[in-house]
Design a protein around this ligand. Structure first.
Ligand SMILES: [Zn+2]
Length: 305
């Protein structure tokens, strides 16, 4: 009897020891699976994939966060479509969002152009509803302060959705991208860029180096080159130019670029840009692809919630 009790007691202890051991092993396996799962999903979720899946804005107070090339946008506003002064092309891309300063800028500048020249302007990409890196097309346009504006004027008919999706604005450069198409270029383009450059909210305008050269020649002739310092040469940009606004005062986490030098930049700097390979568009997709959520400001995690 005593022996039986002893056996029972010990086999129970043995069983408990085995159970504790297996529980420990299962817990370790569970934690390892959890760790690898979270690690793998973070690695595969590039910020561009996360941000491009979100189709609506959030309702936070509007704030541009981070830099133009590593940032995001809280409380984005959308650019109203079908206006007489401007139209936004390719609405299906859902990139017509921006900081309220950008929306106000587009409305103000397009009305000014309309009253002076009798035509509206055509708007290209701005930002996605929460900003962030785009899966294709741009390295910047992330914190709601960048907008592309086409050289071609807005047609004077009411553009329907189909027109907005399919309209193909012309290049202002020849096919080899080495010369301006003189039959397409006019004083209007020179003045359009001058008016926008003189706007206080604008910090930089990116144009093709060939176009900057044209502006330099005309501005030097007129002895009015001060506004050219904001006009920065960049490859591509032959159908549109890219306007960048300065950080809004109330966006404390917005990272400004170094201010432009107080110089028109029409000499050696431009010659360097005019070297053949620098007039073409650079492929920034490779860089964007590798931007992870953890590369953006921490506050961008709240923006995508
Ligand atoms: Zn752009």
């Amino acid at each position: 009897m005593e022996k039986l009790r002893y056996l029972k007691k010990h086999s129970f202890r043995h069983l408990r020891r085995i159970m504790n051991k297996s529980l420990l092993i299962y817990t370790i396996i569970f934690l390892l699976v959890l760790f690898f799962k979270s690690h793998v999903s973070t690695a595969s979720e590039y910020a561009s994939e996360i941000f491009s899946k979100i189709r609506t804005e959030n309702l936070d107070i509007s704030e541009s966060l981070g830099s133009y090339s590593k940032g995001c946008l809280a409380g984005a506003k959308y650019l109203p479509s079908n206006q007489s002064y401007y139209d936004a092309l390719k609405p299906s891309r859902n990139r017509y969002w921006g900081h309220p300063n950008l929306i106000n800028f587009i409305e103000e500048i397009s009305q000014k152009i309309y009253s002076q020249y009798g035509n509206g302007i055509l708007i290209g990409d701005m930002a996605m509803p929460r900003g962030g890196p785009m899966p294709f097309g741009h390295k910047s346009h992330q914190n709601g302060l960048d907008v592309d504006i086409f050289y071609q004027r807005k047609p004077d008919y009411q553009m329907q959705r189909f027109d907005l999706e399919t309209y193909q604005p012309k290049s202002i450069l020849t096919e080899n991208q080495e010369e301006i198409q003189n039959d397409l270029w006019s004083n209007y383009h020179h003045e359009l860029l001058e008016i926008i450059s003189k706007n206080k909210m604008v910090t930089r305008i990116f144009v093709n180096p060939v176009i900057k050269k044209k502006l330099c020649i005309q501005a030097i002739e007129k002895n009015d080159t001060d506004w050219l310092k904001k006009i920065r040469p960049w490859g591509g940009h032959y159908k549109h130019f890219h306007v960048r606004l300065e950080c809004p005062q109330e966006s404390g986490s917005c990272i400004s670029q170094t201010p432009v030098r107080d110089f028109h930049g029409c000499n050696e700097e431009l010659d360097n840009w005019l070297k053949k390979d620098k007039i073409f568009e650079s492929n920034s997709n490779k860089i964007k692809k590798w931007i992870l959520l953890s590369d953006l400001p921490k506050s961008c995690k709240k923006v995508i919630q």
